[in-house]
Design a protein. Structure first.
Length: 298
């Protein structure tokens, strides 16, 4: 009970924005048996992330380092949980295995341009959004026949299997011929080689592709839809979910979110305004977490 009171006090401090979260550097402990306590005791934070998305989650072939906005968010969480951002292990995660990895405990979280949807909420729990993206279309620079979404009818359009982008395309352009793959790097090579006509997915992902082929491809520039990205956790672990939502608010408040954006996505000279989550004075997720941690029945 003493441990639970310590966590409740720390969460209350977060609501007021006046003090830090529990962790190794404060001496406070997490509730015994919680995901936070297990990760702290283990000393290693395991994160599911994409390896082929420049600017978000990308494995540098020359160094092996995982770079990008998602990677920076994960490292911040690792530092809060274990005391160092180096205590992290990245595991490549694809749209088809994200839920399974969480269910089986292969990873502690998934932070991989993971769009929040009601269908996915049946399988995993999501934090509050940490990033907002829109869907767009990427074509070869010399393409003259695709000017908007309607022009994809009868065209070969690549996107990831199991993604919300594929679902949205089926609804908006039913006559598009979808080419479904596991990784967007497959889409990119097919587009450059002329085997497909376009790629359609989140604008954030497309910007990463453009960063690698700036003279070869271009955005159509007619974004549609809105994708909130959340951190995925094992279904039913509301304490961990709410703890992470509190961290997201903290990063937005103290400027670390902005720095991560500038160092990654910002190199493409795009604004963070539409992507940045709003800063709420009191997080409903934190309120839920504080209530549950103080309950004698837990």
């Amino acid at each position: 009970m003493t441990s639970r009171r310590a966590v409740l006090a720390a969460l209350s401090c977060l609501l007021l924005g006046g003090c830090g979260l529990p962790g190794p550097d404060t001496g406070a402990r997490f509730p015994p048996g919680s995901a936070m306590a297990r990760i702290e005791d283990r000393g290693t934070f395991t994160v599911g992330i994409k390896f082929d998305h420049p600017l978000f989650g990308y494995k540098d072939p020359s160094t092996g380092r995982i770079t990008g906005f998602d990677a920076e968010i994960a490292r911040m969480v690792a530092k809060d949980l274990t005391g160092s951002e180096r205590n992290i292990r990245f595991i490549e995660t694809m749209p088809r295995n994200r839920e399974d990895f969480l269910r089986r405990g292969v990873v502690d979280i998934v932070v991989a341009t993971y769009s929040i949807s009601e269908e996915r909420r049946k399988l995993v729990d999501f934090t509050d959004p940490y990033y907002y993206s829109r869907q767009d279309v990427l074509v070869r620079r010399d393409e003259r026949g695709i000017h908007d979404l309607a022009d994809l009818a009868g065209r070969d359009v690549c996107t990831a299997a199991g993604s919300t982008s594929a679902q949205r395309l089926r609804g908006k352009v039913p006559r598009a011929r979808l080419v479904l793959v596991d990784t967007y790097s497959e889409c990119m090579s097919a587009l450059v080689d002329g085997r497909i006509d376009a790629i359609s997915t989140d604008e954030s992902i497309l910007l990463g592709m453009m960063s690698q082929y700036p003279d070869t491809v271009r955005l159509v520039g007619k974004p549609f839809g809105r994708e909130p990205y959340g951190i995925g956790v094992r279904r039913g672990d509301t304490d961990f979910r709410d703890y992470l939502s509190g961290l997201i608010q903290r990063y937005v408040r103290d400027g670390r979110w902005d720095k991560a954006f500038r160092d990654t996505i910002g190199v493409m000279n795009v604004s963070a305004k539409a992507a940045k989550p709003s800063l709420s004075p009191s997080s409903p997720s934190l309120s839920r977490s504080a209530s549950s941690l103080s309950s004698p029945s837990r």
